[in-house]
Design a protein around this ligand. Structure first.
Ligand code: PHE
Length: 331
């Protein structure tokens, strides 16, 4: 029986034939099972030898079936890759990456949060009060011109800077100090060219408390720009004018532009909050939390697009919004 069975097994080619074979010999009504049932008629003195022989046959057939199953699986694998060269390298899958603007914004936020600044925001469609009046900007200031600012029919406007978030935060905050940053879009009716778009990205900062000094302003921003551009970077504060700060400064950093001698590059505006701004805020609040005789503060604002361009040597701001993969793939 064993010889006959193993010969039959060798000829089996597919899974259903193999299953028939297994049932035929080892199943409930299989021939080996029938032989085992015959054990009852075997004389007692031969039972041991016959039983042992039957077990041997069962073991041999079971092992034969297992071998066959493995051989059939291997044959199937081989067939599935027939004609495919499995040693060829795979096709490259393109990787995604963060946009350079997102990266510099995240870095700036992280650095300032470590210094204790919390995130704040405000609407992009603003009132003249929050964008200009409360920021001590007179009605005839050139920035308020219809040529420079997008006005809506209802008299509101697209904010021209994120400084409006300074006012909104001071109007609503419950207690001092105020220590916030506000990244966001700003809008200006500029002619579009390599360095101007009609919408760009700023990051505003404001710190107001009892004893905030010019030294705090300088220390904070010097540290910030050395975190962004490297610890050896020189930072200078050049006197300037903004309606909402006094004194006011523009910040320059000395940087090496590829292949050129290091030069001073303007990077941000800042200053000590003008008392007229605290007066305007006090008027809206109707309390004296921002009493101009008791509080001081500093504010700063910078262009994130410009920062990204300087960091990566990008020469045309339009690259930042065109989503050309040849540009994006470089980051
Ligand atoms: N709002 C100014 C600008 O858009 C920048 C600035 C912010 C200056 C805060 C001083 C203080 O140019």
């Amino acid at each position: 029986l064993q010889i006959e069975a193993l010969a039959a097994l060798a000829d089996i080619q597919d899974e259903s034939a193999l299953e028939n074979f297994r049932v035929g010999y080892l199943g409930k009504k299989g021939s080996l099972t029938a032989l085992s049932a015959g054990m009852r008629e075997v004389p007692a003195d031969q039972k041991g030898a016959v039983g042992q022989k039957l077990n041997e046959v069962r073991t041999a057939l079971t092992a034969g079936i297992e071998e066959k199953v493995a051989a059939m699986a291997a044959a199937k694998d081989a067939a599935s890759v027939a004609g495919i060269d499995v040693t060829l390298p795979g096709l490259p899958t393109p990787n995604g990456a963060l946009h350079p603007l997102t990266r510099i914004r995240d870095r700036a936020i992280q650095t300032l949060r470590r210094m204790g600044f919390a995130l704040a925001d405000g609407p992009e469609i603003e009132t003249e009060w929050h964008c200009f009046d409360a920021l001590n900007t007179p009605a005839d200031h050139p920035a308020r011109n219809e040529k420079d600012t997008f006005y809506l029919p209802d008299g509101r406007l697209m904010r021209t800077h994120t400084s409006s978030v300074q006012i909104r935060t001071m109007e609503s905050i419950k207690a001092l100090p105020v220590r916030i940053i506000a990244p966001g879009a700003a809008y200006r009716r500029d002619e579009i060219d390599a360095t101007h778009l009609s919408v760009f990205n700023q990051l505003e900062g404001l710190y107001v408390g009892r004893d905030v000094s010019l030294a705090d302003l300088k220390g904070t921003l010097e540290y910030f720009f050395q975190e962004i551009f490297g610890p050896q970077t020189q930072v200078r504060f050049r006197p300037h004018f903004f309606p909402f700060t006094e004194p006011s400064f523009e910040i320059d950093v000395k940087l090496e532009v590829k292949g050129q001698a290091p030069k001073w590059i303007e990077i941000a505006g800042c200053g000590m909050v003008d008392p007229a701004v605290f007066e305007a805020v006090s008027k809206s609040r109707g309390d004296n939390l921002f009493d101009p005789d008791l509080v001081t503060g500093f504010a700063f604002g910078m262009g994130l697009d410009r920062l990204a361009m300087i960091l990566h040597g990008i020469t045309d701001i339009r690259h930042l919004i065109e989503n050309d993969v040849r540009f994006l793939g470089q980051f």
